[in-house]
Design a protein around this ligand. Sequence first.
Ligand SMILES: NC(=O)c1ccc[n+]([C@@H]2O[C@H](COP(=O)([O-])OP(=O)(O)OC[C@H]3O[C@@H](n4cnc5c(N)ncnc54)[C@H](OP(=O)(O)O)[C@@H]3O)[C@@H](O)[C@H]2O)c1
Length: 420
Amino acid sequence: MSLCFSSNLFTLHSPKCHSYKSRFSSQFINQIQVNSFSCSLSSFPLCLSKPLKFSRQRTTPITASAETTTVEKDQSLFRNKNPEDINVLVVGSTGYIGKFVVKEFVNRGFNVIAVARERSGIRGKNSKEETLNELQGANVCFSDVTDLESLEKSVKGLDVSIDVVVSCLASRTGGIKDSWKIDYEATKNSLVAGKNFGAKHFVLLSAICVQKPLLEFQRAKLKFEAELMKEAEEDDGLTYSIVRPTAFFKSLGGQVELVKDGKPYVMFGDGKLCACKPISEEDLASFIADCVLSEDKINQVLPIGGPGKALTPLEQGEMLFRLLGREPKFLKVPIGIMDFAIGLLDFLVKIFPSLEDAAEFGKIGRYYAAESMLLLDPETGDYSAEKTPSYGSDTLEEFFERVLREGMAGQELGEQAGIF
Ligand SMILES: NC(=O)c1ccc[n+]([C@@H]2O[C@H](COP(=O)([O-])OP(=O)(O)OC[C@H]3O[C@@H](n4cnc5c(N)ncnc54)[C@H](OP(=O)(O)O)[C@@H]3O)[C@@H](O)[C@H]2O)c1
């Protein structure tokens, strides 16, 4: 049952509005006096799917006092606690992976605070009620991760401390400005807000492709990764796990229904230009949840793939035709076609700057047509299937079988189809 707090029941205390840069310096936690301002809840909607039953009081204020040192020490001990005493803030909770991450933490008994927009999902298709329904078992906090002040006010309104922040945020479009706004700035907001309310561990859902950054969203993610690592280096109370998965099932399922309807399987070059070790939402969510308590995942960058061998597009297509009991029918597209289109778009952007996202989408498509989602071996400079760790048990074959039976419902790509 959902419970919405009426706006006049609460008074929230907001931190001073600091500039972003000063907040994110290694000293920022000392600069924030959490209880110096107050404002009414009405401007910061908070909606909880169940009454909060946190076992620990929020630590206020967070300052550089001796008291803070004791609190910080206490908080770093969260790994010794039972899951029900650990408060996990999940941002990006309504995404393809975020939803499963919330479910996994709830199933493992953690106290989950899921931050969501009032209209969530692809093109904001889900209402508040639908979001609450989707994130059952979590305390849903409707807030704006792109606005630090509002995020902090919302978290403060919960009146609990945060132990761990898990970010599954991602630009829904992959556009240049949106990538920087979400994959970098909003993600950074969640670190700043989380730290401000006591978080001692940050789990970041990143992507294996940031190893070879040629796209804006990869640069945005890498910048945040670097700042997170630096932050942890300078603040010995903070730890991190950076999860870099290979391809998700949804990114490989786009042709299943077309092929079922008799169309050929389309691939670039000979279909062997790239490979990946696809991982399911459930398996990845489980791996992410492991990052909270597993000591071997602390302060680690963790490339991760699903079970089994790496698969090229050719092998994925063959698998699909085998499942359908049909002779393979491939359409091989020369990769040069994409290079031509990208060259043309890059030229047009100089005349029509508004086309910059279209040009970026072309580059994203080109990237995934030719680059493997596998670990880039620093010794050889090549992608290595052997060195890409595997996790979980769900296979792409089972996924294809399911899509052939039930269709792609729930596996939709983002607003810009084809985006990883
Ligand atoms: N697809 C792949 O094969 C693949 C492979 C490896 C890594 N990855 C990485 O995995 C990550 C997550 O992917 P995903 O498919 O789970 O992402 P997704 O389904 O697009 O979810 C994105 C999440 O971010 C939130 N978000 C986006 N823009 C927002 C905004 N302006 N304000 C507030 N929230 C916003 C969304 O909220 P709303 O629901 O409100 O929009 C949603 O919760 C990405 O970083 C991606 O690069 C993907």
